[in-house]
Design a protein around this ligand. Structure first.
Ligand code: SF4
Length: 335
C-alpha cells in the first residue's frame, strides 16, 4: 500500500512506528526548539486567505511603520541564543526593509548566534546579495496542490516560488518550504508535496497547522485532526528519510507535540515564546518531548539562562523587556 493509501486508510500507528524508526536512525534523538523572528508586521502581498496579515493590511497605510526596531530584533535573537533555541528563519520584512537592510540584520544575528540564518522574506530576485550570513532560503508554499494554491495565495504563484528556490540552490543556499495543514487539502494532495520536495531538492520542510484567524474565511474552520496532521508528517518522513522536518503547534494544541515527534519532527515551533517561557505551558512542551524518549535541546523553563552580557551596545533595554516578560509570565499566562 502506498503511503498516501495508508494515510487515507488511517493506518496512522503503522506510519508513526516506521517514521519514528527512520528518524532515530537518520537524525538521532535530539529535538530542537525553533523560533521564527519577524522583521515587520507588514506584507506587500497581504491576500493569502488564511493569513493574519491579510486582515491587517487595510489598517496599515505605511509599511515602514510596521517595521520592528532593529534593536528589538537583535535582542530577541540574543534571548533565543541564551535559551538554546534555534532561529527558524527571519520572516516578513519584504516591502518594509530593503535587501541590504535585511542582509545587515542577518549579519548581526550571525555574529550573535554564530549560526547563519534562514530567510523567509517573500519572493525575491535579490538572493545574490546575500552571503555567508544566510544558510538557506524558504519558500512559503503553504499548500502544494496548484489549484488550491491559486485560490488561497493568489499573489505568490508557485512558479515564482519554484524559480526562487531553484536560484537559491544555484547560489549554494539550502532550500526550505512551509506547508499549512488544514487549508482544504486532501491526503491525495501529498503527491504534489512529494513531487515538489523531490524536484526542488528541498532540504527542510516546516509544517504548520491551520490557526483560524478572525476576519478571514477560515475563522470557523476547525484545526486539522491531530492524527491526520501526524500521519501527514509521518508519510513525508518515510518518503524522505533525510529531510529536516519542523512542525508547528499553537499553544492550544500542545498535545500534538508527542505524536508529531514520533511522526518524524526534528524541531518544534510556533510558540508565543516570551509569554510561555517558564510557565506550566513551557513545562508541558518539555514533558511532551520527554515522553517521546527524545532529548530536548535548549530550555522552555530555566529562568537562570535569561541573564547574560549584551552582545552589542544599545540592546540592554530591549533585552530587559524580554527578560521581564518571561519573569512576569511565570505563573500568569493563560491560553
Ligand atoms: S504572503 Fe505571507 S504574510 Fe503575506 S498574506 Fe500571504 S501568508 Fe500572509
Amino acid at each position: 500500500m502506498s503511503l498516501i493509501e495508508q494515510l487515507k486508510n488511517r493506518k496512522i500507528l503503522d506510519l508513526l512506528q516506521k517514521a519514528n524508526q527512520i528518524t532515530l536512525k537518520e537524525h538521532g534523538n535530539k529535538i530542537t526548539l525553533e523560533r521564527a523572528i519577524f522583521l515587520s508586521w507588514w506584507c506587500d502581498k497581504g491576500d493569502c486567505s488564511f493569513c493574519y496579515m491579510s486582515s491587517q493590511k487595510p489598517l496599515i497605510r505605511d509599511p515602514k511603520k510596521a517595521r520592528r526596531r532593529v534593536e528589538s530584533i537583535l535582542a530577541e535573537a540574543e534571548m533565543v541564543r541564551r535559551m538554546g533555541w534555534n532561529i527558524e528563519f527571519l520572516s516578513g520584512g519584504y516591502g518594509a526593509f530593503t535587501t541590504s537592510e535585511i542582509k545587515q540584520i542577518a549579519r548581526d544575528i550571525y555574529e550573535i548566534t554564530d549560526d547563519p540564518v534562514w530567510l523567509n522574506v517573500g519572493i525575491t530576485s535579490e538572493l545574490g546579495a546575500y552571503g555567508e550570513e544566510v544558510v538557506g532560503v524558504t519558500g512559503a508554499v503553504e499548500v502544494a496542490n496548484p489549484q488550491l494554491h491559486r485560490k488561497i495565495c493568489p499573489s505568490k504563484p508557485l512558479e515564482d516560488i519554484n524559480s526562487m528556490l531553484t536560484e537559491a540552490g544555484d547560489l549554494g543556499f539550502k532550500k526550505a518550504i512551509t506547508i499549512i495543514i488544514g487549508l482544504g487539502e486532501t491526503p491525495e494532495d501529498l503527491q504534489y508535496l512529494f513531487q515538489m520536495i523531490e524536484e526542488l531538492e528541498i532540504d527542510r520542510i516546516i509544517f504548520y497547522s491551520l490557526n483560524p484567524h478572525p476576519d478571514t474565511p477560515y475563522a470557523d474552520t476547525p484545526q486539522p485532526a491531530s492524527l491526520y496532521y501526524a500521519g501527514t508528517v509521518a508519510a513525508t518522513r518515510i518518503q524522505f528519510p533525510k529531510l529536516e522536518i519542523i512542525t508547528g503547534t499553537w499553544v492550544d494544541n500542545l498535545a500534538n507535540i508527542g505524536p508529531l515527534i514520533l511522526a518524524g519532527a526534528n524541531g518544534i515551533t510556533k510558540f508565543p515564546l516570551f509569554k510561555m517561557f517558564g510557565t506550566r505551558y513551557g513545562r508541558r512542551v518539555e514533558e511532551e518531548v520527554q515522553w517521546t524518549g527524545r532529548e530536548l535541546v535548549g530550555t522552555f523553563t530555566d529562568l537562570d539562562c535569561l541573564e547574560g552580557e549584551s552582545p552589542k551596545s544599545g540592546l540592554e533595554p530591549f533585552l530587559k523587556r524580554y527578560i521581564t516578560s518571561c519573569l512576569n509570565n511565570k505563573t500568569d499566562y493563560k491560553v
